[in-house]
Each structure stands twice: as C-alpha cells, then as structure tokens.
Design a protein around this ligand. Structure first.
Ligand code: NDP
Length: 378
C-alpha cells in the first residue's frame, strides 16, 4: 500500500502528524527476487530475509481526509511467518498479495483513530487491520479497519495481534476444527513451533479441552522450561539440542494422537512416524520450508505419505481466514480465557518502527518467545 504524500494536512487534528516514518521494501535484494509459485515449479533462488530488505524513510501525509478515510496512529505492528511469502514475486497463495518493491510494507496492526471521515469510526477508537501499513501514521480506507474493545484484553492492546487476535484464533479454531480432541479419551497432543504465537496457545487449548498429555517441540532449553513451568505442558523437546525421536518416545509413552504442525520438514516427518492409528494432523504452517522454492504445502516424503495412509491419519490444511464467521465468538472466548488466567500470554516486544526488519528476521530464526510484536507508540 503506497501512502499518499503531499504538504501538511489542512484539518487541525491531523496537521499535528503530517510527518511520518514509513518502512519500504528495498529494491534488488535476493530474497525479494525469490519466487514461490503455486505451480510447484521452482522459480528463482532460495533466500533468507535480511533486515536490509527494509528501508526506513521519512514522508509527509497528504492534506486532509477524503470521504471514507481515517487517519490512524500506529501503536503495535505484527511480524508473522506468512510475510515471508509476501516477499516473493508471487506469494504462491491466492489470499496473499506480494509486497511491492519500493512501496510501504503492510501486515497486522493496531492503533488509534486520530481523525475520521468514515461513519463507523471516531477519534479515540482503537482499531485493527490485517493490512496496516508499516508507518507511524497512515491515512487508510475505513473499510480495512475493525473496531476493537480494549476491555476485552484489559488494555493490553498488543494481544489483539496475538492471543486475542489472528494467532490465538488460529490456535483455538485449528485445534477445535481439525484436532478432534475428545475429553477423557487419553489423547496425546504434540505441538511443533510450540513456544511461538500459535503453538503456545494451541498447546494450552489442547490441555484445557481435555488432552491427557501435551508435548511441545521448540528451539531452546529456555523455551522448553517456559512451556512446562509456565504454560503447563507435560513435556518439551529442544529440537536443536535433543534427539527428537527419543524425546517423543520418552514424552509420549502412549504414542501421539493429535499433531498441531507449525513447522513441517524433518520434525513433522518424525512426529508423524510416531503417530497412532486414526490420529489427526492439523496442518497449520510449515515454517521450516518458507525460505525454499517449494509450493505450499510442501511435498511430503514417500515414507510420510505411507505412514499417513497406512495408519489412516487425517492431515487437513487449516486456514484461519476460512473461519471468519466464527471469529468474533472465538475472540471473545480467548479474551475470557486470557482474563481468567486459563491461557497465559507470551510476547516478545521490540521497540521502534526502525526495528521492523530486525524483529521480522529474528522471529523467523526463533528469536521470539510467544508472539513477536513491535511497539511503535504507547
Ligand atoms: P511463531 O511465533 O511460532 O514464530 C516462528 C517460530 O518458528 C520461531 O520462533 C521458531 O521457533 C520457529 N522456527 C523457525 N524456523 C524453524 C525451523 N526451521 N524448524 C522449526 N521451527 C522453526 O510464528 P506464528 O505462531 O505466527 O506461526 C507459526 C506457524 O503457523 C507458521 O508456520 C505460520 O505460517 C502458521 N500460521 C498459519 C495460519 C493459518 O491460518 N494456517 C495463521 C497463522 C500462522 P524455534 O525457536 O522453536 O525454532
């Protein structure tokens, strides 16, 4: 989304913020050239994103507001794994547009309305959007915004980007729609990417919904400790330092019934290899493959395909965007679970819009515990 530029704004409440900071996609970086087409044919090179893929720029907002437009002040921005696909020339999936070189980057954001010419919004409203420009201030169409109620998160507005936002919804609805958990049925749930935004909530939902055992796989000893001691997981495996095969055998003596898959690749092959007959894989994400030129979902090895079919294991793709009609009830439930302390929220907060690229690249490499957020203004 390219922000309109121009002289200072005419209306007094907006003129105060006519200067803004924008993060733009940088021209000529290898990772932006990489393509990930839905055709299954590799196009272009693999690429690991770098903070240098993003450029900070000062700009000036256009004067005044047109009909239906809203001036927002950004409070928090989200960095998410799916954004890696938006760095490719073709995002590879129909529901995501690629970021355009030299234009303002966008993603999940939350902020405050400062001026509005849209009937649904007034100054002071707290609003969120999946296509919030990576800018300190922005003039946006009111149609991209949703109003949110700060009391749902007890004033923790960043939760609207995580546990009471897109990743919390993914965890809750993914478990409920595809996990087939039955209370009292001695189910064992394994979660990969377990210390991240989706994984940390999915494991807690699995426990609350009645799994007898919840085991997390994640990338450090410290993360394992938090999963068990803070979030109530039964066990945790550090895939970087431990043998995952042995760790799963030890932690899942009755085998694995449900697998919430955030990562794909070798970890998922190993988990699926130890799953019970009639088990369920929730195909949430495949982050271990996002820097590669492979289609989504990436192809499975013959051995894993054989395991799935021989043991009659379902492996259905879950897409949170397919459940818009259930979103508000689910967000209300998440808000209640967080408020009551049943679900604990983990966040890693980086300060300053200048650190968007740093936070994004750090998250992709496991630098985050829980949801990675960037605080722009308090
Ligand atoms: P996270 O907060 O989990 O952050 C990403 C984490 O992935 C990192 O912290 C890192 O943790 C882990 N990771 C990175 N590379 C690897 C690797 N090679 N192998 C194993 N783990 C790795 O992100 P989200 O919770 O936002 O997203 C988790 C998954 O869910 C992603 O795959 C994402 O695409 C997917 N998703 C799907 C949605 C849907 O509708 N289906 C919606 C939202 C997210 P560690 O230290 O453990 O390595």
């Amino acid at each position: 989304m390219l922000q309109k530029m121009g002289p200072a704004m005419s209306n007094s409440s907006t003129r105060r913020h006519s200067r803004l900071t924008v993060i733009r996609a940088v021209d000529g970086c290898p990772s932006f050239k990489c393509q990930l087409r839905g055709t299954g044919e590799p196009q272009g090179s693999n690429g690991v994103p770098d903070p240098a893929n993003f450029r900070l720029e000062e700009a000036t907002l256009a004067p005044g507001l047109e009909e239906e437009e809203v001036l927002v002040r950004t409070l928090y921005l989200s960095v998410d794994p799916y954004m890696r696909c938006r760095m490719n020339e073709d995002s590879g999936v129909e529901y995501l547009t690629a970021w355009k070189l030299s234009e303002s980057v966008d993603g999940g954001g939350v902020g405050a309305v400062q001026a509005s010419r849209h009937h649904a919004y007034r100054e002071g409203d707290v609003v969120t959007s999946f296509t919030w420009p990576w800018q300190t201030h922005a003039v946006v169409k009111g149609s991209i915004l949703q109003k949110v109620n700060p009391s749902l998160v007890n004033g923790h507005l960043s939760y609207f980007l995580g546990a009471v936002g897109m990743t919390g919804l993914t965890a809750l609805l993914g478990m409920r729609e595809k996990g087939h958990v039955i209370r009292g049925a001695n189910r064992t749930l394994v979660v990969s990417g377990a210390a991240g935004a989706c994984g940390s909530v999915a494991g807690q939902i699995g426990r609350l919904d009645g799994c007898a055992r919840v085991v997390g796989i994640c990338g450090s000893q410290d993360k394992c400790k938090v999963l068990v001691e803070v979030l109530g997981f039964s066990g945790a495996i550090d895939y970087r330092r431990q043998d995952v095969v042995a760790g799963l055998r030890e932690n899942c003596p009755d085998g694995i019934d449900v697998y919430f898959d955030n990562v794909g690749g070798d970890i998922s092959d190993t988990v699926i290899g130890q799953m019970n007959e009639g088990g369920h894989v929730i195909l949430c994400g495949q982050i271990s493959q996002y820097n590669k030129d492979v289609p989504y979902p990436p192809p499975l090895s013959q051995e894993t395909r054989d395991n799935l079919s021989r043991k009659n294991i379902t492996r259905e793709r879950f897409m949170v965007l397919d459940y818009v009609s259930q979103a508000q009830d689910a967000l209300d439930e998440l808000g209640r679970m967080v408020a009551s302390g049943q679900v604990k929220v983990l966040e890693t907060i980086q300060n300053g819009i200048e650190n968007m690229g740093v936070a994004f690249c750090s998250m992709l490499k496991g630098g985050n515990l829980g949801k990675q957020i960037v605080k722009i203004f308090q």
